[in-house]
Design a protein around this ligand. Structure first.
Ligand SMILES: Nc1ncnc2c1ncn2[C@@H]1O[C@H](COP(=O)(O)OP(=O)(O)OP(=O)(O)O)[C@@H](O)[C@H]1O
Ligand SMILES: [Mg+2]
Length: 438
C-alpha cells in the first residue's frame, strides 16, 4: 500500500508541541490533585516544611508536562489517522454531486468517504479500508504519491474481479482549508462501454470496407480483362459487363444501407408521430416484391382485417422493415414455396398497437444464430447471402427502426421447418413465447 506521505510529513501536526504542554498538564490533572492532597496531609500531619511541599509539587508538575502522556500520544495518532483527516461537509457534498463513483482518501490511502455511486458499485471498499486493498495497481500507488505531492494524475485501471471492467481513475490532491492536512479525491470513470462502442465502430468500418472492397476488386479485374485479353471479343464483353453491373449494384445497395443506418442513428431521438395503416403498407410492399416472389416461385398469402390497423410510426421506415423481412422470407425461406403474412389489431383499449407475423417454410435458422441476426453484417451463410445480393445490414436496420417505434422483434425458427418473425407494436404486449427476442 502506498503511503501518501510526501514533503507534508514535516508539517507540524494539528495543535503540535506548543499546545502539548498545556494538554499534558491537563491530562495529568488527577495526578496533580492527588499530589496536592498528599502534600497537604504531609504538611498538616507530619509538619513537612511548606517549601519542600511546594518544591515536590513543582517537580511532579514539570514531570507531567515533559513526559508524553499515553492519552496525548493516542490523540496525536488519532489526528493523523482518524478524525483530523476527515473530509468536511462541503467536500462530501461536492463528491456526492459527482456522477461517477468517487472516494476521498487520507494521506495514508485510507478511504475517508465514499459517495453514493461508489458505495453502490464498490460496496467492499468502505470508509476505514485501504483503497489499494481493492484497487491493486502499481500505477495507482504512484498516482497517489503524486497526488500527495500536489499533482493530479489519471491512470487506466483494469478490474479483474467479479465486476470486471476498465476504469479511468483520476487521483486529485484535495487541500482541506485550515487543517494543514491534505486528502485525495479519487474519481473512477467506467470506460468499458465506451471501449466496447469504439471497438464496434472499428469493426463496423472494417466490415464495411471489406464488403466494398470485394465488388470493387471484381470491377477492376474485369476492366483490366476487357482492356486486355478480352478486347474485341463481344461475347466475353457482354458476359463481363453483366457481372460488372451486378457488382456495381451490390456496391450501391451497400452504400444505400450504410447511409440508411447513419440517417436512422441521427433520427433516433425523434419520436414517430404519423398514423400508419399496417394493412395498406404491407399490401404495397407485397406488390413491390411480387416480381421477386414470382421469380422464386413463392406464393404469398396475406391474412389481414378489412379495416385499417393503425399504429403511430414513420411510414417510410416501416416500409423498409417489411421490405426486408418479406424479402428475407422470399430469398432465404423461398424453398418452402409459401410465405404467410398475418396482421392482427391490438386490443380495443390499446388503440394503436398491432401484431404482424411473417412465416416461411424454408430451411429455418439454427438456434445459435438467432441472437446475432440483428448484428451489422451478420449472415448465417455469408456466401449464400452475397449470392442473393444480401449485405447483412437488413436486420440491423429493421432492429434500429423497431426500437425507434418501441416495437419488439422475435424470431421463431426450427431448422427444416421454417421461420416465423413476429413484430409486436406497443402497447399490444403479447408475446408468442419460446422464440428468440432480438
Ligand atoms: N427467413 C429467413 N430464413 C433463413 N435465414 C434467414 C431468414 N431471414 C434472415 N436470414 C439470415 O439472416 C441473415 C441476415 O439477414 P439480413 O436481412 O440482415 O441481411 P441480408 O438479407 O443478407 O442483406 P440485406 O437485407 O441487406 O439485403 C441472412 O443473411 C440470412 O442468412
Ligand atoms: Mg435482408
Amino acid at each position: 500500500m502506498a503511503s501518501l506521505d510526501g514533503p507534508d510529513d514535516q508539517r507540524p501536526q494539528n495543535g503540535g508541541e506548543k499546545a502539548g504542554l498545556g494538554t499534558r498538564l491537563f491530562d495529568s490533572r488527577f495526578v496533580l490533585a492527588a499530589a496536592v492532597l498528599v502534600l497537604a496531609v504531609a504538611v498538616a500531619a507530619f509538619s513537612l516544611p511548606m517549601l519542600y511541599a511546594l518544591a515536590g509539587l513543582a517537580a511532579i508538575a514539570i514531570a507531567s508536562a515533559i513526559i508524553p502522556h499515553p492519552s496525548a500520544r493516542r490523540r496525536l495518532a488519532g489526528q493523523s489517522a482518524g478524525a483530523g483527516m476527515s473530509p468536511d461537509a462541503s467536500m462530501k457534498s461536492v463528491t456526492d454531486a459527482l456522477l461517477h463513483p468517487a472516494f476521498i482518501l487520507d494521506h495514508d490511502g485510507t478511504v475517508r468517504y465514499a459517495n453514493g455511486e461508489a458505495a453502490r458499485r464498490f460496496p467492499a471498499t468502505r470508509p476505514g479500508d485501504l483503497f489499494t486493498l481493492t484497487f491493486r495497481s502499481p500505477e495507482l500507488i504512484e498516482a497517489m504519491r503524486s497526488a500527495a505531492a500536489g499533482k493530479a494524475v489519471i491512470v487506466d485501471y483494469h478490474d479483474h474481479g467479479e465486476d470486471a471492467g476498465v476504469y479511468a481513475i483520476a487521483v486529485n490532491p484535495l487541500h482541506r482549508a485550515g487543517s494543514g492536512q491534505d486528502l485525495a479525491l479519487v474519481i473512477l470513470e467506467d470506460m468499458s462501454e465506451r471501449q466496447a462502442i469504439a471497438r464496434m465502430r472499428a469493426d463496423f468500418v472494417a466490415n464495411a470496407s471489406h464488403e466494398l472492397r470485394t465488388p470493387l476488386a471484381s470491377l477492376s479485374g474485369f476492366i483490366e480483362t476487357l482492356q486486355g485479353p478480352a478486347r474485341g471479343d463481344p461475347e466475353a464483353s457482354d458476359r463481363f459487363l453483366a457481372i460488372m453491373r451486378q457488382q456495381a449494384e451490390r456496391m450501391r445497395r451497400l452504400i444505400d444501407d450504410l447511409l440508411s443506418l447513419s440517417r436512422l442513428e441521427m433520427r433516433a431521438h425523434r419520436t414517430p408521430e404519423d398514423r400508419v395503416d399496417l394493412v395498406a403498407t404491407i399490401r404495397e410492399v407485397l406488390d413491390t416484391l411480387a416480381p421477386l416472389a414470382a421469380e422464386l416461385s413463392v406464393e404469398t398469402a396475406l391474412d389481414a382485417p378489412d379495416e385499417p390497423v393503425e399504429i403511430t410510426g414513420e411510414r417510410d421506415e416501416l416500409v423498409q422493415v417489411f421490405e426486408n423481412l418479406i424479402e428475407n422470407g422470399l430469398k432465404y425461406g423461398g424453398s418452402g414455396g409459401r410465405l404467410d403474412i398475418a396482421i392482427a389489431a391490438g386490443s380495443a383499449g390499446a388503440g394503436t398497437a398491432a401484431k404482424v407475423t411473417i412465416r416461411d417454410y424454408g430451411p429455418g435458422i439454427a438456434p445459435e444464430h438467432l441472437p446475432r441476426l440483428t448484428e451489422r453484417f451478420y449472415r448465417v451463410d455469408a456466401e449464400a447471402s452475397r449470392e442473393k445480393q444480401g449485405t447483412g445490414l437488413g436486420l440491423a436496420i429493421v432492429k434500429h427502426i423497431l426500437t425507434h417505434h418501441r416495437a419488439e422483434l422475435e424470431f421463431d425458427s426450427e431448422p427444416g421447418v421454417g421461420t416465423t418473425v413476429t413484430l409486436t407494436f406497443e402497447p399490444f404486449g403479447l408475446s408468442t413465447g419460446g422464440g428468440e427476442k432480438v
